[in-house]
Design a protein around this ligand. Structure first.
Ligand code: KG4
Ligand code: ZN
Length: 334
């Protein structure tokens, strides 16, 4: 059983070939980061055009690396949403064209389902499961009582955590994407600045815009008072405040829910402090199956869409040439 998966929701064009639902034969990624860096963030119109340029070569590259040809493919999986609508359209059109011409099933996949199922690369998902989804567009606690059943039990009331990293980096004059840069600087920073703790009405919700404003106030105050802003120390303070907020919600959820697995998902799952704190949970909850994706699988790529797509197909989820990209599709729709 060979599945060809496509992901194009943001600034990475990716195609993967998955064998028997679990073995990643290839995972080709054409990243646009170097181009978007010039704009300080993803420029949607430029992203769509680059997906158009990259999609065919990426598909060919994935087939070549897996040493298979199109006629061997049994199903196509594609990210239907959420994401940038122009970017999503490119992947969905390519997937529909392939499914139609090869006469094979077309499986629409939710981008976040893909991030969650990336954990299958490191172990078995045991249900009920709690996922902490942390990316540039999402910050959510997702409860799954069984395979491919998603319930969002907590979410950000404003910015996503990755978005907050990117915005704080911009106000500190650092490059895009800000997450990896702040993560690196924080490692050499000291606990020199204090940032406020965030309160939300729902104890499982998140909020990051206050933290971002607090960083702005902090830098303005230091400048006003004629002190040099120590960027590493600001990065340290922000990283610790952001990760404390994430982990306090996780701990609350784990203390009230009876789950067998806890998994980390999304681009911010690459963050060194988040990974360390998730690792630390193993001591607090020794019975819990705790997984985090390998670093390469935290970023957007098609392998995760293939892994989720295989499960979706088993659940009878299948689209046809009528499906279209949906930039706001909800997780529970599946
Ligand atoms: O999942 P992803 O690749 O794209 C979305 O689906 O949004 O996540 C991208 C986000 C960006 O905001 C980026 O700054 C953040 O993930 N990110 C990080 C790290 N690596 C990537 N944030 C914090 N620490 C990192 N090491
Ligand atoms: Zn993502």
């Amino acid at each position: 059983m060979l599945l060809l998966a496509i992901e194009s929701s943001c600034d990475e064009t990716s195609c993967a070939i998955i064998k028997d639902g679990t073995e990643v034969l290839s995972n080709s990624v054409a990243s646009q980061i170097d181009i978007h860096k010039e704009y300080g963030g993803v420029f949607p119109e430029v992203a769509s055009r680059l997906h158009v340029e990259n999609i065919n070569v990426t598909i060919k590259d994935a087939l070549t690396k897996a040493d298979v040809s199109l006629k061997d493919i049994d199903a196509i999986a594609v990210t239907q949403g959420p994401g940038l609508i122009g970017s999503l359209h490119v992947g969905v059109m390519a997937a529909k064209t392939l499914a139609w011409s090869l006469n094979v099933p077309l499986i629409p996949v939710h981008h976040i389902a893909g991030h969650i199922y990336a954990n299958k690369l490191v172990g078995e998902l045991k249900f009920p499961l709690l996922a902490l989804v942390v990316s540039g567009g999402h910050t959510e606690l997702v409860f799954m009582d069984k395979e491919y059943s998603f319930e969002v039990i907590g979410k950000t009331q404003d910015d996503a955590v990755g978005e907050a990293y990117d915005k704080v980096a911009r106000l500190l004059g650092l490059s895009y994407p800000g997450g990896p840069v702040i993560d690196k600087l924080a490692k050499t920073g000291k606990a020199n600045y204090k940032l406020p703790k965030v309160k939300t009405d729902n104890p499982l919700d998140f909020s990051f815009s206050g933290l971002k404003s607090a960083v702005r106030q902090l830098t303005l105050r230091e400048e006003r008072e004629g002190r040099e802003v120590i960027v590493e120390d600001v990065a340290y303070a922000f990283q610790h405040a952001a990760v404390d907020e994430l982990m306090s919600r996780v701990q609350r959820a784990l203390d009230t829910l009876d789950v067998k697995s806890f998994v980390l998902a999304g681009g911010v799952a690459a963050n060194s402090e988040v990974r360390k704190r998730v690792e630390d949970l193993k001591e607090v909850y020794p019975e819990l199956n705790i997984l985090q994706p390998p670093l390469w699988a935290c970023m957007d790529q098609a392998a995760m869409i293939g892994l989720a797509g295989h499960i979706a197909q088993g659940m009878g989820i299948s689209g046809d040439c009528e499906i279209s990209a949906n930039s706001n599709i909800q997780l529970h729709t599946y």
